[in-house]
Design a protein around this ligand. Structure first.
Ligand code: CDT
Length: 312
């Protein structure tokens, strides 16, 4: 492959709040509007946030599983999202978005927090299921709002991967994954030159409210350090704004392999930001300071893959 000029014109399509009673058709119509805006900008790839089709429902404790399941999709595309697939196909634009997925795996039904990547011909070419599920399992009444991802989703057994698209290798991760250095390193080791990461991040973190003022900083710190230490483009995309009384940060950003923010959202609503992401620029980092083959020392990193708890 010619490593010169592998530019993927990429849009981060930030979404504003989605109301609890907002139908999927409305969210999809908003997505199509952003897609068409991106098309006017000659974009190749549009990246939407985590759980794009509905309100961020893990903030509510729902004792009735059928009420929970109503937020999930059992097939993709489906009637609600078909117009998005059709429009993107007509425009020849690749896109990714997150949704709650029920699927059969290993003989039983699983609930995953999922993100798919769709190519310009409308084919789903990658399905990523969230590895790091934050929050808690039980209804905790002391919190002003819940974060029940550990209750409503199964952690992914599939790990991280990247796929061929637009002349490069592209991988996905979801929200809390972006805070973990292992996410980017796993993606980079799978060959990823660009990571697509949607998020829903409340400004208020009930267990440590003294960190609330650092939410935007920690968001960019994670995206930028992940990009730099792995020599990859990182596209961070928020669902932002005041959603059902919960303040979600914005700050969607396109980060270069040098760790620099190239484009950043200014609002907390539906907004696209666009950048020409030259995948050949990954080599600036990967053939120098982070030349994995030359300088990585996996023999010294055995604990990383060996256990999930700290040894006492
Ligand atoms: N969606 C998601 O993963 N949000 C978390 C919120 C903090 S943990 C309760 C995040 O890491 O942004």
């Amino acid at each position: 492959m010619d490593d010169k000029n592998r530019v993927v014109r990429t849009a981060a399509a930030q979404m504003g709040p989605i109301a609890r009673d907002e139908p999927r058709a409305s969210a999809v119509a908003r997505m199509i509007k952003l897609l068409e805006q991106a098309a006017r900008d000659k974009v190749d790839l549009v990246v939407f946030p985590e759980l794009t089709l509905t309100s961020f429902f893990p903030r509510w404790f729902m004792p009735d599983q059928s009420e929970v399941d109503a937020y999930f999709e059992t097939e993709m595309p489906n009637a609600a999202t078909a117009p998005l697939f059709a429009r993107a196909h007509a425009l020849g634009i690749a896109f990714s978005f997150g949704y709650a997925e029920i699927c059969r795996h290993d003989g039983r039904l699983h609930h995953f927090n999922t993100s798919i990547l769709v190519d310009g011909a409308g084919q789903i070419i990658d399905r990523y299921r969230k590895v790091h599920l934050p929050g808690h399992t039980n209804h905790e009444l002391w919190r002003p709002f819940q974060h029940l991802e550990k209750r409503y989703f199964d952690p992914s057994p599939f790990g991280f991967q990247s796929v061929d698209l637009l002349g490069g290798k592209i991988g996905q991760a979801i929200c809390n994954d972006r805070r973990w250095p292992e996410t980017y390193r796993e993606l980079a080791l799978s060959g990823a030159e660009m990571a697509l990461i949607g998020y829903n991040t409340p400004r208020h973190y009930p267990p440590a409210p003294e960190h609330d003022h650092l939410q935007d900083f920690h968001n960019h710190l994670s995206l930028q350090s992940g990009a730099y230490a792995n020599g990859m483009w990182v596209i961070g995309v928020a669902k932002a704004g005041l959603e059902e009384g919960c303040d979600l940060i914005g700050g969607s950003a396109i980060v270069a392999p040098t760790g620099e923010i190239i484009a950043q959202a200014r609002t907390l609503g539906d907004e696209i930001i666009v950048a020409d992401c030259d995948l050949a620029r990954c080599a600036e980092i990967r053939t120098n300071i982070f030349d994995f083959a030359q300088h990585r020392r996996p023999d010294a990193y055995k604990r990383i893959a060996g256990r999930t708890a700290h040894p006492d």
